[in-house]
Design a protein around this ligand. Structure first.
Ligand code: SF4
Length: 620
């Protein structure tokens, strides 16, 4: 709840809407206590008095009634009717949608065809027909407005329920022997309720408008009772001679509908779990940069990451995901970046090309130099020209990165045409060749396949082909084999190794698997809590780890045929990156830790073999 309110408070338009709505609701709730004139008392001698003219504050209408008093009482009525209609329509529509979506089959067909028939009528004509059948009156207008909105809720909620009804937790409930009633109440309804509430909040304004429309036509509230629509209807004859009689209820309708919609949009955004990271806006095209200075160039190499710092800013909290990483990559070299989940490997890799989502990601320091050119803070156009051309990425889940509605050949061709002015036919031919290069059998036919028609291994090869499409100098592979079985993993690794040797590719390979590192990488850097703690030639690090963390990490890896041995898990958990301990971040889990380890900053020392530890393991 606190998080929801915080997110809502960040949305200025929603706060404005809430403030206006709260003021209006407060005034109408206090209406019986306010010193207002009787809204229905006429005084023909005081007809059409102007606002602020010495008489009633907002003037009088065509019967000399106090406009302010009628406005307050009319708003009270309109708001009550709007909210009641929304709750009625939302409850009935959601119930219909949940039942149709959950049971599916013939129940869904019968119910939704009935809903479709209602939706086939223009809603205002349907509302008029209902009021005509029931007779004029505010209650009947409410029923008509609620009835024409039921199909809207039913359709929406049915679509959401269909998705939820096939989720594993619902299957599990069914297998556990729960009946339909219990599943609906305990599994389905709690999941659709937030959507219903948000839909209701965003349609209250619409309901008020519809009720006002019926009252305007004389089918809603009946004289002398005032609501905003009937006030407008009564004022239309004096629109030119006494415009204030129309403007007063018109402005109130505008304020109420606008404030409800602004607040409703804000509530929807704040409830969206994808935005709970603190971002109420779309990620920027390149990561935000907020660094005090640019470090002096240190290393040469093709790619040089120098003291890179990236953090996530969520409200007042700072999550320091990358806390000063330095790493270099030479042409044709493969460097492994290894560590537990949350150690900052992926954020480091994404920071290279400014791909960390902002907000909440911010690069706060360091430099990333591609042949001497600093990419941190480079103009978006420059980054875009380099992304996929000189520096390409392979991500872990190709199904999430490939577009489900386009054939893989077309997607490969598009990746080529973004960077090179070649014809569609030529790009298509190159796409087929790329698929063949990554050992996809029958490449021509596969190029015409959609991503879902390929196996996981095939899709990952397509991801690699896409990364190779523009013959990049560097490939950043972010756990590209984690989701694959060992046979396919071995094939992909050997493919990457072949490509590296044939094309002279430099690879930054992110993984948490020492076996993969041993097979592919020339050097390895071990990350912990956003920092590199050990770096060196792969075989040296694997055979004689010097940092206690590296040693414990390697000890956790089971060895096939290595005999029975106890796998020692590392005690404790990695520290939260928004509350890193002083000194060595590994100290709370390290058996060798002492006061010196916790005293202050420990530098990454050494050349070639680098280490961030005061009491390293003795290397034989
Ligand atoms: S610095 Fe101290 S606490 Fe940190 S890894 Fe080395 S020995 Fe352990």
């Amino acid at each position: 709840m606190r998080l929801f309110l915080t997110l809502l408070a960040r949305n200025r338009l929603a706060v404005f809407g809430a403030a206006v709505l709260a003021f209006v609701v407060l005034v109408v709730l206090l209406a019986p206590l306010l010193p207002l004139a009787d809204p229905d008392v006429t005084s023909t001698g005081d007809r059409f008095l102007r606002p602020l003219g010495g008489g009633p504050l907002l003037g009088t209408d065509h019967l000399g009634r106090d406009l302010l008093s009628r406005l307050v009482w009319g708003t009270r009525l309109s708001l009550a009717v709007g909210v009641a209609a929304a709750v009625l329509a939302g409850s009935i529509g959601a119930a219909i949608g949940v039942v149709a979506g959950y049971f599916g089959g013939s129940i869904d067909n019968v119910v939704m065809r009935g809903v479709d028939m209602l939706m086939a009528f223009p809603y205002i004509l349907l509302a008029l027909a209902i009021v005509a059948a029931l007779g004029p009156g505010l209650m009947n207008a409410l029923i008509a407005v609620a009835a024409v909105n039921v199909p809207f809720f039913a359709r929406n909620i049915r679509g959401i329920t269909v998705g939820i009804a096939h989720k594993e937790f619902v299957d599990a409930a069914r297998l556990a022997g729960m009946g339909h009633g219990r599943i609906l109440i305990s599994e389905i309804v709690p999941n659709v309720l937030p959507v219903v509430v948000v839909a209701m909040s965003t349609t209250i304004g619409w309901m008020i408008l519809e009720t006002a429309g019926l009252s305007f036509l004389g089918l809603g509230s009946q004289p002398p009772q005032a609501d905003l629509g009937s006030m407008l209807g009564e004022a239309r004859a004096a629109l030119i001679t006494a415009p204030h009689t129309s403007v007063v209820p018109g402005v109130m309708i505008l304020l109420i509908v606008m404030s409800i919609n602004l607040l409703g949009d804000g509530v929807r955004d704040a409830l969206d779990p994808r935005l709970r990271s603190g971002a109420l806006s779309r990620p920027m095209a390149a990561t935000l940069v907020d660094r005090a200075g640019v470090p002096e160039p240190k290393g040469a190499g093709l790619l040089s990451i120098e003291d890179l710092r990236t953090e996530f800013r969520v409200g007042p909290r700072r999550y320091k995901a990358v806390g000063g990483v330095s790493l270099s990559l030479a042409p044709g070299e493969c460097v492994g970046l290894i560590g537990e989940s949350g150690s900052g490997k992926s954020v480091t890799a994404l920071s290279v090309m400014g791909l960390v989502a902002s907000p909440p990601g911010v690069i706060t320091g360091g430099a990333v130099r591609l042949e001497g050119e600093d990419l941190i803070g480079a103009p978006y156009g420059r980054l875009r020209s380099l992304r996929g051309d000189r520096v390409a990425y392979i991500f872990q889940d190709p199904l999430a990165t490939l577009h489900p509605l386009y054939r893989v050949g077309d997607q490969l061709a598009e990746a080529i045409r973004v960077h090179h002015p070649v014809s569609r036919a030529e790009a298509g031919a190159r796409a087929v060749k790329l698929l063949a290069d990554v050992r996809i059998p029958n490449a021509e036919a596969r190029a015409r396949a959609f991503p879902h028609e390929l196996s996981g291994g095939m899709r990952q090869r397509v991801g690699i082909a896409m990364a190779l499409a523009n013959e990049p100098e560097i490939i950043i592979a972010d756990e590209p084999t984690t989701a694959l079985d060992v046979t396919v993993q071995a094939q992909i690794l050997s493919l990457l190794d072949d490509l590296r040797r044939k094309r002279g590719l430099a690879i930054l390979f992110i993984t948490h698997d020492f076996g993969v590192v041993g097979q592919l990488c020339d050097r390895v850097a071990v990350m912990y809590a956003g920092r590199i703690v050990e770096e060196g030639r792969t075989q040296e690090v694997l055979s004689a780890p010097a940092h206690p963390y590296t040693k414990r990490l390697i000890a956790c890896v089971p060895e096939l045929g290595g005999g029975r041995r106890r796998l020692e898990a590392i005690p404790g958990l990695p520290p939260a990156v928004d509350a890193l301990p002083a000194g060595c971040a590994f100290a709370p889990r390290c058996a060798k830790a002492d006061a010196a380890c916790r005293a202050g900053e420990i530098a990454l020392a050494g050349t070639g073999r680098k280490l961030r530890c005061l009491k390293p393991e003795v290397i034989a």
